[in-house]
Design a protein around this ligand. Sequence first.
Ligand code: MOS
Length: 724
Amino acid sequence: MTVHFKQDTPDDSNRLDGMKQGVLGKSIRRVEGMAKVTGTAPYSAEYPIADCAEGVLVTSTITRGKVVSIDKDAVLSMPGVLAVIDDPAMTTRAAQGTADEAPQQEPGTVCYWGQPIALVVAETFEQARDAAKHLPINYREDPSAPLDPQAVEAEEQEDETVRQGDLDHAMATAAHSVDVTYTTKGHASAAMEPHASIAQWDGDKLTVYASLQMLNYNISELADALGMEEENVRLVSRFVGGGFGSKLGVSEDVVAAAIASKEVGRPVRVVMSRQQVFQCVMRRSETTQHLRLAADENGKLIGFGHHALVSNLPGETFAEPVLQSSHFLYGGENRDLMLEVARIHRMTAGSVRAPGEAVGMPALEGAMDVLAEKAGIDPVELRLKNIPEEDPEEGLPFSSHKLAECLRQGADAFGWDSGPRSPRHTCEGEWWVGTGMASAARVHNIAEAKSRVTLKADGSAVVETDMTDIGTGTYTILAQLAGEMLGLEPAQVLVELGDTKNPRGPGSGGSWGAASIGSAVYIACKAVREELGQRLGVGETELELKDGKAASGESLVSLLDGNDLSREGHYEPGDIKDDFTASGFGAFFAQVRVNRFTGETRVDRMLGAFGFGRVLNHKTARSQCLGGITWSIGVALTEALEFDPRDGHLVNCDLAEYHVPVHRDVPDLEVVLVEERDPAASPIQAKGIGELGMCGGAAAIANAIYNACGARIFDYPMTPDRVL
Ligand code: MOS
């Protein structure tokens, strides 16, 4: 039996706070942690499938053109080689979009250097790799392949354009104005686990073990690519070693493994090399952002302008949504916002963690620091002054709004000095020391989700969904949520994820996973409780369950009387977004030291305070924030994709040359969770947290660099050459 709930109004019932088990929100360790640290949790390439052949992808060495022919015979005679696959279905996926967007590129067409075009299958990985290196490919090259986003005409994304009032006039007449241009470089998702798949056929039924974030969409993408019915496809993705957007859509390994396995009549494994992951999965677009802020003599914004230029391949529908939070974060009645896309032949641009705000907020919050200085106002105070009463463009109320609390609590916890701020106030040895801050914002997303909850006759419970856990804690929070609702300890709840044989979850992406699947589990548990209540003669809302017993003393086991009790919950977000603007908010504070002689910046300490609705598990929520702040350090100081200007190929395509922050770069980080309930955000009153922790943090560091040494830099990352 399925219970369907469409949310059209805020759910003010606050039911979860009335439950008695007391496990929701607790800092519980990952339930799958032991399996992961002991190496017994299988990642997609590790399933022990007998008689598995190995596939290696071959990638393009031209930037733009057509594959004319592939001389398969040249390698088919090499030792161990079983097949060369160049099925168009594989290359159709070559320029994958995000999960909900169909790929735009034509089969057989090469549109960027490094695009997968064939797969060599052999008995061993080494044989496949060797043959892949020697596979002769004839191309017809198209010499016109624009590579520089500044050198082509850009397309305006009209949905993003907002013009209200007269910003030019506001700028000309404002007491204080800021007109600055920031740039950010491209970013890689750089997940630890490379993209990998094992495909296996049983008659016309296909099973693929793959590393994916969104099985509910991925199954359709794969079925589509292969011209199959979804019911003949099963995807398994129980453990995912990081996604960060790179696994939202099916990658080439998935389709290639499926086609190859059919052709050679054996299971086939395809693991991308680290270089392939970097060069062909997806990049975050570089951006150029023009910020204009106009304020009155008190620092209150009267004008707000944000124009951004991003890039993608021709035809791709994804455009880094740089302005996402700029639309509502601060007031200012004269507004001018515009997003443009330059069509160039670098690899596909797509979602990389916190698409939009990850780069939009560092620019906006850098400009706000410039304004604070010009207006002679404490930067925290400037933000507080400019928090709008309602969405300044849509006129909608906010579902909940914790920016002010985050700013205040964060400033307190950090020990923020609101006194005069002039650069170079503190020098320790060869280091200038300074502090900076920034706001955080990340839109709240929510998605349809289904789950099945079964109370077993023995009094334990099982939660089933095809939702994934990409290292975020889904297994743990769902055990807590079901435990809370059913009066069980989390250890008594078995959570089964990452398998499309289960009810369709929302997938992990856009920070919507926990709130969406949590709501589906909540709805299923409510239905289970309703049935239990009926058996006890009490209403669901009066039913108290704790430690496997009802308040009346009856145990779940006796109530179940030898039978399992199973219910499905189907959560569908309704029209609530038409009535509210919903976002997570926060504040970052950083202290850095900048070396006077080398320009090297070290982050001394950093703190983030975040408000994002109900906290489902303090430990996993905090860990998401820590990961986000860590990436903020990368955005501020080290991370940058570098493309060869001649052919557009990605130059720094491994973890040695693409610099994510490592232990030595990350100081003590502090996280303050400003807990709240957001009844409009989801039935469980939670919003997303996955990405909020990196939405603006880089600006706190940039502003601290300025406060330390007086170098106002407008280009991220702020490497030593730029600081000096
Ligand atoms: Mo996220 S970039 O939607 O995984």
